[in-house]
Design a binder for this molecule. Structure first.
Ligand code: PEP
Ligand code: MN
Length: 324
């Protein structure tokens, strides 16, 4: 954004005023005009407000790089209609009809709105359990519907988009596929809400523009999910970037949820990260939970049990009650 100055403007006074408003600028001058370029870490101030300041001749804005995201900014988003944080929970992998049925019962009893679970699992090792694929989609849909829950599940391949879109209420794009633009396009064409996990080393800009890809292709909504980025310290699985959550929420007004499970990799820290996520402005939480985590075929150490999951919802309401 550029603030163009009137010929006799007191640029020093104007810059001081802008600093006071949280806008940081760089001064640029040509033979015909004087202007101030607003730097990216500035507060977002409507250009109409800037035009009213003494000495300002005009405000020039470059066309947005993310028009679809701008259009969904601020909502309303039907997924978060209840006005309280949304809980999406369930196992890492859908392992059997009885396991996902028990998981759905746990999620419903805990006050969750969506059942999560992977039918297609992206695994670091090719020899690890990679999910049951399409049959698991049907088991999961049945379990979610029986307990009045929505269903969110990951789609990893373009060739599976149609099958996943048929049963899922929200289609998840995993961290490892955040920049798979062909997949983002195919998922967008399916015209279902998308849950877009942040890539492990993706900048916020790359993450946002990945969302723009899905929206531009036809997705009605992209929900951003912060799940921790790569840090240097293995004490926690990843590094939960709550600054990015606050930025997406407060400045860009995007729908954003937090996955504390993949962020820390251990169940005992999940309530603390969940509270912090909501304090940072998250619209909801994506949490791994398993009816028998000792038997889980993936991510057992970070899976909450039924009692731990039930304990989470009062935490969420506590946050709301305190006006955060
Ligand atoms: C998941 O949610 O099951 C998952 C694989 O997460 P991520 O893509 O964040 O690693
Ligand atoms: Mn997992």
């Amino acid at each position: 954004m550029w603030i163009m100055l009137e010929a006799d403007a007191d640029s020093k006074a104007l810059r001081a005023r802008l600093h006071g408003m949280g806008l940081w600028t760089r001064s640029l001058q040509s033979t015909t005009a004087r202007g101030l370029e607003v730097l990216p870490h500035s507060r977002a101030v409507p250009s109409a407000e800037l035009r009213r300041l003494p000495g300002v001749a005009d405000v020039l804005e470059s066309p947005s790089a993310q028009p679809c995201l701008d259009a969904q900014a601020g909502g309303p988003w039907a997924v978060f209609a209840g006005g309280r944080p949304v809980l999406l929970a369930g196992p890492c992998s859908v392992e059997s009809p009885s396991q996902i049925e028990a998981a759905a019962a746990m999620v419903a009893a805990a006050g969750g709105s969506f059942l999560r679970g992977g039918a297609f699992k992206p695994r670091t090792s090719p020899y690890s359990f990679k999910g049951h694929g399409r049959p698991a989609l049907a088991w999961m849909r049945r379990a979610a519907s029986r307990h009045g829950l929505g269903m969110v599940t990951e789609v990893m391949a373009e060739s599976d988009v149609e099958a996943v879109a048929e049963v899922a209420d929200i289609m998840q794009i995993g961290s490892r596929n955040m920049q798979n633009y062909a997949l983002l396009r195919e998922v967008g064409l399916a015209a279902k809400p998308v849950l877009l996990k942040r890539g492990m080393a993706a900048s916020v800009e790359e993450w946002l523009l990945a969302g723009e890809h899905a929206l531009a292709a036809g997705a009605p909504l992209v929900i951003f999910c912060e799940r921790g980025i790569r840090g240097f310290d293995p004490s926690t699985r990843n590094l939960l970037d709550l600054g990015a959550v606050a930025l997406l929420k407060q400045v860009l007004r995007q729908p954003v949820i937090v996955d504390p499970s993949h962020a820390c990799g251990r169940r005992d820290l999940i309530p603390a990260l969940a509270r912090a996520a909501l304090a940072a402005g998250a619209d909801g939480l994506l949490v791994e939970a398993h009816p028998d985590s000792g038997q889980a075929r993936s991510d057992g150490p970070q899976a909450l049990n039924a009692e731990e999951l039930r304990g989470l919802m009062p935490e969420l309401q506590l946050q709301l009650g305190s006006g955060v």
